[in-house]
Design a protein around this ligand. Structure first.
Ligand SMILES: Cc1cc2nc3c(=O)[nH]c(=O)nc-3n(C[C@H](O)[C@H](O)[C@H](O)COP(=O)(O)OP(=O)(O)OC[C@H]3O[C@@H](n4cnc5c(N)ncnc54)[C@H](O)[C@@H]3O)c2cc1C
Ligand code: SF4
Length: 562
């Protein structure tokens, strides 16, 4: 009988990064165990993107009392609605604490596929403007790699995942290997050409770069514009680990996927100075079990991977495994958003949106690209787009009778919104630590999260509203409304840092290949590894880093170094 507890590789988590690690390691010949804390997902039963409002018990409004009781934090995320709340955790089962007056919204998915089911699919490459930023500004530590190191791996993951978008040739936002772009609508085309007139090539409006297929690709069908992707996608048209990487790993016959396996800690062997394997709690039976492997990949999402390491203390590493630098848990980041502006764009009233395009517009960063801004470092990009006001016809459109029917056939004017996503500086005072007094539903110590926006992020947020309103005015927008909300860190759902990469083991947890300096057969390839945050969505970079780390780990194993 084969040994069911010993593998070549163990991967913790099956979301965006765990899925990539599973595909890469199994395809390279490793017998791989994927340990996933949550339940299994069966697309044919769990995906609900085609279920209309009238078939939902609460007509799409959700069981608000239940949401507030069970998911008070998760339900602050736009995607956690009556359909998709099942893809988000129950907050009571996985508590954490924050400092008074300093909330942090930790949005999580615990199931096979992780948050790759609900993510917004916006996919952008980072550039050397990002990888050189810390060095240039004298902040935190320099990244141990540059764009040229990652570019082939961006090519590699994009070719598999399928990223649609438009090539622009900008240095601050390198082009991907694109599938054809989705089309801009008439109001977006108008805004784009007016912006070019007023700002030259400095502020460019383009269609969002999205991990959504615009043509059939690798056995997956092109998107049919049904709209609510966060509910799943039975045609596998957007990239998720369930739709793409896990099936590829499964196909090799070398993957064992074990749902309901909550990893408690990594076991360390002091004689070999290697990770021996992991301890888990079976989420259904609560039994404690152990699994062993030659390499361990932590892909549980930034804060969960660091939490596992903090909980893996031993006599040699008293403050968390692989933490001789003391940097584990430090420099937590998220993107600052919730600011921009909206306006009515007159004209084109005889034209309509076609289908439910699951994508918006993007404007790449223009601050601190050529000229230095006096008020802040780094910059922001704008997501957004144009739509006809009141054309959604969702349940939230109130009314009844003939006048209501009439409004349904008469959409309002075109409106455009710019919504900023700004870079967050690494700051050691934004950190996590283990709360040994408070455990989760599986008896594992929880986190205390200490995090707040600092001066630079708040200055970015202020400028987002000003520059967005300025652009809408320049293009002839009416009823211009600046947006500046006070959303806490975490809510942009791009949490990063806490086990940063770097060249020096004294100041970083991981090396340039996401390998722990202190424990050579331990890799962390999710957002925990990031040494700075850029202003663009991070998941494509996590994918490229993961594929690169897998390639490195297997080549080291072949050389007998691991
Ligand atoms: C609504 C929404 C919109 C988003 N939009 C975008 C976007 O447009 N672009 C972008 O780049 N990013 C976006 N993100 C963020 C993106 O989803 C994450 O960056 C990405 O999923 C991170 O990948 P990951 O593998 O690190 O974590 P996840 O995908 O979260 O997967 C982690 C997995 O690990 C499992 N796990 C956790 N702890 C343990 C444990 N102890 N033992 C075993 N398993 C464990 C979890 O159950 C989960 O399945 C969005 C997220 C959300 C929720
Ligand atoms: S809009 Fe496209 S990608 Fe999204 S769920 Fe529908 S078919 Fe899939």
């Amino acid at each position: 009988m084969s040994d069911q507890t010993t593998f070549d590789a163990i991967i913790v988590g099956s979301g965006i990064t765990g899925g990539w690690a599973a595909k890469e390691l199994t395809e390279k010949g490793l017998k791989t165990l994927v340990l996933e804390a949550g339940r299994n997902i069966i697309p044919e039963e769990d995906y609900v993107e085609h279920v209309p409002e009238w078939e939902m018990k609460f007509r799409g409004m959700g069981d608000r009392r239940k949401l507030v009781a069970e998911q008070p934090i998760q339900s602050t995320c736009y995607a956690c609605d009556e359909w998709s709340s099942k893809f988000f955790i129950k907050d009571k089962e996985l508590p954490y604490t924050t400092d008074p007056g300093k909330p942090f919204s930790w949005i999580r998915g615990r199931q096979v596929g992780g948050r790759s089911i609900t993510w917004g699919r916006q996919s952008y490459r980072w550039s050397d403007l990002d990888f050189e930023a810390n060095l240039r500004d004298g902040i935190a530590i320099d990244w141990p790699l540059r764009y040229a190191d990652l570019a082939p791996w961006y090519d590699y993951v994009e070719e598999f995942a399928g990223i649609s978008g438009e090539a622009l040739g900008l240095t601050q936002l390198p082009d991907s290997k694109f599938l054809p772009p989705m089309a801009l609508n008439c109001a977006e085309r108008f805004v784009r050409s007016e912006l070019t007139k007023h700002f030259g090539g400095e502020r460019v409006l383009t269609i969002g770069r999205a991990a959504i297929l615009t043509q059939d690709h690798r056995d997956r069908a092109a998107c049919h514009y049904c709209g609510p992707c966060e509910r799943g996608c039975i045609t596998r048209s957007y990239f998720s680990s369930l739709n793409a990487t896990l099936p590829a790993a499964e196909k090799t016959g070398r993957m064992t996927l074990r749902p309901y396996s909550v990893v408690h800690s990594v076991m360390f062997d002091p004689n070999t100075r290697r990770a021996a394997g992991v301890r888990i709690i079976d989420a259904q039976t609560k039994a404690a079990l152990e699994f062993r492997a030659r390499v361990v990949f932590l892909c549980a999402s930034a804060l969960e991977s660091s939490r596992i390491l903090l909980n893996s203390s031993n006599p040699e590493f008293l403050n968390g495994l692989a933490n001789s630098s003391g940097q584990l848990g430090r420099n937590l980041m998220d993107h600052i958003s919730s600011a921009g502006a909206s306006a009515v764009i007159p004209g084109n009233e005889d034209r309509f949106e076609i289908g439910r395009r699951p994508n918006g517009t993007y404007m790449p960063r223009f601050r601190n690209v050529k000229a230095k801004h006096k008020d802040f470092l780094r910059g922001y990009g704008f997501q957004g787009g144009a739509h006809r006001v009141g054309w959604e016809r969702g349940v939230k459109q109130a009314g009844f009778g003939p006048s209501f029917k009439k409004t349904l056939s008469q959409p309002g004017p075109w409106a455009f919104v710019f919504y900023g996503f700004g870079e967050c500086l690494p700051n050691p005072s934004n950190y996590i630590e283990l709360d040994k007094e408070k455990v989760d539903a599986w008896g594992i110590p929880t986190l205390k999260i200490h995090c707040a926006w600092r001066e630079n992020e708040l200055a970015l947020r202020k400028d987002m509203a000003v520059s967005a309103a300025e652009m809408l005015e320049a293009v002839g927008g009416k009823d211009i409304r600046p947006i500046q909300l006070d959303d806490p860190p975490g809510l942009t759902i791009h949490e990063m840092g806490t086990a940063r990469m770097g060249r020096d083991p004294k100041t970083s947890v991981l090396n340039a290949f996401n390998q722990a300096h202190d424990v050579k057969n331990l890799f962390v390839t999710d957002g925990a590894a990031m040494a700075s945050s850029s202003c663009v969505n991070p998941s494509l970079t996590y994918m490229a880093l993961t594929a690169r780390a897998c390639d490195y780990a297997v080549s080291q194993m072949k050389k007998g170094e691991l």
